[in-house]
Design a protein around this ligand. Structure first.
Ligand SMILES: Cc1cc2nc3c(=O)[nH]c(=O)nc-3n(C[C@H](O)[C@H](O)[C@H](O)COP(=O)(O)OP(=O)(O)OC[C@H]3O[C@@H](n4cnc5c(N)ncnc54)[C@H](O)[C@@H]3O)c2cc1C
Length: 373
């Protein structure tokens, strides 16, 4: 594995850093709902540079760049705390490129590329998170449109987004993963109701109720009942940008500065623990690079990505936990940076697949333990 980037890749990293000078510390990475107009403006500025379509093929308006440039882009954006990578330019666009019709590509890709059209992921339900194949939201075909009824929960950013990237059951109730379809649903469609669920970090998740929602059949992406393999492919394309190590690097930098500001750095126990965390952050960096390396070599990186998610999120918790221990419980009520990192670190082991599920992937697929199902 080669740990160094090529000169032109390093030059791109510098270009991204220069761009981010105007967007640093927006904190959209943590609380996008509080700063959505600013985050959207940044995405539009990225769109002007073609960066939201960095790795899309040129035939569909992309820059044809590879995973390394994408990794560097979102790593720097995470380090700047500016934003997380938008779902539209990632999962949605990649799926449209692989499985969308020419009409769908012509209609949906340009506004995604320019940063004007944004999506929320509507997969999870009250009884279906880790076990997504059990979801119940139903889409019945009536002529040229589906009628959708169901309840989704934990939709990040739905309050500000234009569309849902909806996973719904079009097959028989017991069809599990074989009976699911993907569709794009404008959030202002009659029958869609978004209800906020405030979160500890001062932002919000959402519940999305769908009642008699009519979705034109041309908004379905891929074959009816064919969503399962499509979703796996979209995820596979994104593994290198899902958990950028720059976020953890920045946590260590910020918490070191906090320790100094509190005068805690004179305590050798604090210094030793911060040094341990700096080493852990390097482990995170290594896992991120392993994912990238596997993808560059055309391997699916399933095990590397699962291991990366566990280590990345656990180290975030270790950093927040350490600062809690140094500063005492008052850091929780002070509205301070450590308090925000602590709140964030609690959910990161859940969203995007829980640590238990990720460890299951490593055990089964990495170590061959307990069968492969
Ligand atoms: C901040 C945040 C943002 C999110 N954003 C979105 C979003 O935008 N769109 C969306 O659709 N969803 C979103 N989610 C939902 C997220 O995908 C689910 O919360 C997650 O998949 C877990 O599902 P669940 O909450 O139903 O828990 P469950 O699946 O019910 O899990 C409960 C517990 O059982 C354990 N468990 C479950 N299955 C297994 C297993 N096979 N082996 C071992 N242990 C297991 C879990 O690890 C967990 O500890 C978000 C969640 C969070 C926290």
């Amino acid at each position: 594995m080669n740990f160094s980037f090529r000169p032109e890749e390093e030059a791109f990293r510098q270009e991204v850093r220069a761009f981010l000078a105007d967007h640093r510390d927006l904190d959209g990475f943590f609380r996008q709902g509080q700063v959505w107009p600013e985050v959207k403006a940044m995405f539009q500025a990225m769109g002007e540079r073609g960066w939201l379509a960095l790795a899309w093929p040129r035939e569909v308006g992309g820059l044809g760049g590879g995973p390394v440039l994408e990794f560097l882009l979102w790593d720097e954006v995470a380090h700047a705390r500016a934003a997380r990578n938008p779902l539209a330019a990632g999962i949605v666009a990649r799926t449209l490129i692989r499985h969308g019709s020419e009409e769908q590509q012509a209609k949906w890709l340009p506004p995604i590329r320019s940063g004007d059209l944004h999506f929320s992921l509507a997969y999870s339900e009250p009884e279906a998170g880790s076990d997504l194949a059990g979801l119940r939201t139903r889409a019945e075909l009536h002529g040229d449109r589906y009628v959708v009824d169901g309840r989704k929960i934990w939709q990040s950013y739905a309050q500000d987004m234009d569309c849902l990237w909806l996973l719904a059951r079009t097959g028989a109730p017991d069809s599990r993963g074989r009976g699911l379809s993907l569709m794009m649903v404008p959030i202002d469609t009659p029958g869609v109701e978004v209800t906020p669920h405030p979160t500890l970090d001062g932002d919000q998740l959402n519940e999305v109720l769908l009642e008699g929602v009519e979705v034109p059949v041309e908004n379905r992406v891929g074959a009816e009942n064919g969503a399962w393999s499509i979703m796996a492919e979209a995820l596979a394309d994104e593994r290198h940008i899902q958990f950028p190590p720059g976020r953890v690097r920045r946590d260590v930098e910020e918490m070191s500065a906090w320790v100094v500001a509190q005068g805690l750095d004179r305590d050798p126990r604090v210094r030793a623990r911060m040094a341990d965390l700096a080493v852990r952050a390097l482990e995170v960096e290594m896992h991120g690079l392993r994912v990238l390396d596997a993808m560059q070599k055309g391997r699916p990186a399933v095990v590397e990505a699962a291991a990366n998610k566990v280590v990345h999120t656990v180290v975030c918790q270790e950093i927040a936990r350490a600062v809690m221990d140094f500063g005492g419980p008052e850091v929780l009520v002070s509205g301070s940076r450590p308090a925000l990192l602590w709140c964030q670190s609690m959910w990161e082991t859940i969203g995007g697949g829980t640590s238990e599920v990720m460890r299951g992937v490593v055990a089964r697929q990495g170590l061959g333990l307990g069968g492969r199902s």
